[in-house]
Design a binder for this molecule. Sequence first.
Ligand SMILES: Nc1ncnc2c1ncn2[C@@H]1O[C@H](COP(=O)(O)OP(=O)(O)OP(=O)(O)O)[C@@H](O)[C@H]1O
Length: 751
Amino acid sequence: MSRGTIMFKVVPVSDPPVNSQKMVYVRAMTEYWPQEDPTIPCAEAGLPFQKGDILQVVDQSDALWWQARKVSALGTCAGLIPSSHLLKRKQREFWWSQPYQPHTHLKSPIYKEEFVGYGQKFFIAGFRRSMRLCRRRSLLPTLCCPSSCPRAAGAPYEEVVRHQRRPSDKHRLIVLVGPSGVGVNELRRQLIELNPGRFRTAVPHTTRSKKSYEVDGREYHYVSKETFESLMYSHRMLEYGEYKGHFYGTSVDAVQAVLDEGKICVMDLEPQGIQVARTHELKPYVIFIKPSNLSCMKQSRKNAKIITDYFVDMKFKDEDLQEMEDLAQKMETQFGQFFDHVIVNDILQDACAQLVSAVQKAQEEPQWVPATVLHEPSHLCQDEVPLSRPKKKKPRTKTMLASASLEGLVQTAIHRPSESSEPPTKELAEHPEAPVQRRQKTRVPLELETAFTQETSSPSSLRNENGIDVEPAEEPVIKKPRRKTKKARPAELQYANELGVEDEDIITDERRSPEQQSVFTAPTGISQPVDKVFVEKSRRFQATDRSELIKTTENADVSMDTKPSWTTRDVALSVHRAFRIVLTSLGQSVICWRELEVGILWGGRKQHPKVLTHFGITLSLKFLSNIINSKKTFVFSRIDFAKTSVAIRNFLALDPTAFASFLYFAALVLSLSQQMTSDRIHLYTPSSVNGSLWAAGNEEQVLQPWILVNLAVTILVGLSWLFLSYRPGMDLSEELMFSSEMEEFPNKDKG
Ligand SMILES: Nc1ncnc2c1ncn2[C@@H]1O[C@H](COP(=O)(O)OP(=O)(O)OP(=O)(O)O)[C@@H](O)[C@H]1O
């Protein structure tokens, strides 16, 4: 259907296989459908791929369109795929064209502590606490997650190499990922129980204090908050969270310790944490545990229980299963490219068998691993695919490399990181990729990027080897902003950064030599910082003048509003304090009322002299004890009654606070023993009156023990108040409200 001149580019097949030296394997981090891409020069020649597919890139000589085939179908013809740079650009354009969607977070981890195989000789700590009930609480899921770094997330291809672990190497870390409730912990537990000598989990760190039955390094590593924070900030934590005011997390070193023992470390991670774990030292193998379909799950989870925060076993409801399925889908969409293996957990035994076999394969069979992980400690926010250009080796090595490359098997020892930075070999210099450097400095309008078959008559344009019309390197459009950039560099760069201009958008004077230019990163489409930036206003993006925005930023009062927002904890504390004030006031009011009562009774004593004299004395005593008793809320706030053993120990050690509390407690019990008499006194009517609770003549008999008990109560309360005055400022109630740890007990099902 094309008109005008059609130009074909015919490249002779070089000897032997096409560009074998440039054969690189990549994992697709996104999907691509050529039939839906209007910019592809020939949709039929396009190679569709999905996230996670491993592609063999056989030709990268074109800046925009590479040729590749799927490793799963190496016998087929190579097809066209967008180059890394072009695909990234397409992704950005696609992103901008999308309506605004608030970021949805996946759940974040918290930790549960649990014995496994109760009565057996090993512990498993650090199991996640189910988020089902407690997820509504405010947690601090501050995951240090480079995947949230848009640059890392945006890399469309990731270079991978085939890696076979040598028997002398440490084992690869096994990471299990899955939606809450799918059975991640169950499978891990089963795997470890199967062979505790071979599999282990990493011991997590916590900032909470050790319980009496715990051993440091067994359930947890107990560390100070400062130590924990330093681990966090030095990126030594694979993931961490806060629960009940304490930090919990699993460190790289804890995993390393298991691997150093020669065991296989099995841990579960939230998908956001996978990127952090992808290091040279851990080489994680990620297994996604996926729920089966709803009807199967209803059947298989008929008797399963959800372990909740409160240790109440609950059955799965339909909506739980639905939620699990939805979450699994979201995880797959967002993080599927990082999964090395997927296991559908339907029949538990089957899933467990699959897990054992997958773990075995991960350790003993060749696998595709990210090149960065294999070469050196990873650079977490590395944006582009490293895309090293394999160096042309001397004949002997070359054969070895070529054959290894062809087999798709490159050993660690062969593939050295230095290769990417090494200067090109002679052969490379002989066949320079057509003006690579010029392409780097050239801005190709997007519409021209696909103009393989179009003719252009622009006299000022050059034509690159692909027949793409490009503007010459010395073209003024490029030069102008470059000079400008140079002049206004400090301020502009600062604003540029504020406004999210990426480094690659800024033209500098540096000219990269073709030697440094990786064929993979051919940055043909370098853009310039434009005058307009898109700013989100009223839930959509609108173009705004960059200079205006800078002015606004300058003029705006940028002082941060550091006013802390109210947390649930603050509300609880305020309510507690308010209650304390109300209770105290109430106590004072009761005392006033007593005073009034005594007054009234004394006033009427002529009528009932005997009884009322007793009343007067006893009520005065009661009045005194009430004054002191009104403080009892505070007395009991000085001791943690939940920890009875500690309280008794303190009492025996004659700790004044514990002693005072026990005296109060005794006083309380004594006063309750005479409560009935107290009620009769309150309802006193002379025995002569019809319906009186008092029999004539026995008032004294009833009142005698009442007076004695009240006397004892008053003495006890007085004494305890004396003891308390040793430590007047102590009040544990607020602390206990939040920091009391729940005493857990073994789960029946699992015990
Ligand atoms: N295939 C299965 N068939 C039947 N029951 C299962 C299966 N897999 C897991 N279960 C049960 O489902 C419940 C939840 O499993 P588990 O605690 O392992 O989930 P999880 O993925 O670790 O979730 P969470 O992170 O919320 O703790 C457990 O009672 C477990 O025994």
